[in-house]
Design a protein around this ligand. Sequence first.
Ligand SMILES: [Ca+2]
Ligand SMILES: [Ca+2]
Ligand SMILES: [Ca+2]
Length: 304
Amino acid sequence: MKPARLWLVAVLLGSLLTLVPPAAAQEEGPRLQHTDIGWHANYFATKDLSGAVALSRTDRNINFDWGTGSPGPGVPADRFSVRWIRTIEFEGGNYRFTVVTDDGFRLYVDGRLILDKWIDQPSTTYTVDIGLVGGHHTVVAEYYENTGGAIAKLSWRRLTELGVEVIVDELSEGFTWGGPLSGQREAQVGWVGHTFYTRNARRTPENYGKWTPILPTAGNYQVYAFIPSRYANSRSVRYRIFHNGVRNDKVINQSWYSNQWVSLGTYYFDASNDGSEFVIVYDNTGEAYLSRYIAFDAVKFVKR
Ligand SMILES: [Ca+2]
Ligand SMILES: [Ca+2]
Ligand SMILES: [Ca+2]
């Protein structure tokens, strides 16, 4: 092709490219939000989102401290309101939305009002937690300023399971007692006011206690044993922690502790919840036969 024709093609293409997007944008206005370039914002020169739109623009974030000034041309410094709309793709999970506002704020997710603080107030922080399935969700934030300072901030974060605790007490479903002999005793001490205990064997185990948790997700968990104030004076209680196909042992001197959680360490659990991950204690402590008490109280798993 001759250069002149190439130029013509380029011009035609160019005009197509410049013509097509505005037409598409007009036709599919709301779909602009799917590109998620920010918030579609309408500002009103009233306190209640009424009347003509005084200013329409895209706000990349809702993170404003306008002081005593105006948010933009055509909008007064007092008695104005804003509606922001954005469609956002979320990973499934629980989310914490945080709002800082002076004065009123309302927040909707998929048309559901999740925060309603439509009142005059000094700068105030609110949080609201909601669960979201994965995919696109439409978030609408409404705000008004009465007088004085004007602040509007909205942020969110996905909540993880950090700090989630799973406790298997000796009376829980996940606890099992076993052994060739049954020396199980119980006392009204310990976690939730009850513990099992036994006197120690020497070399051959006669009893054991086993704690099997149901864990919400794979990951690192810090494991603790609760040691009651009585019936817990063996100096050599071996906790065997089975996790992710691995076994780790932690020996605890129960006589050192009274009515408290004692860490057995942090381990990775695959959370298969098929009975392969558990903590087990046998009563063969090696101490003089029946000379010491071993308590079998609660074990907890804390996500780290
Ligand atoms: Ca103001
Ligand atoms: Ca104000
Ligand atoms: Ca207990």
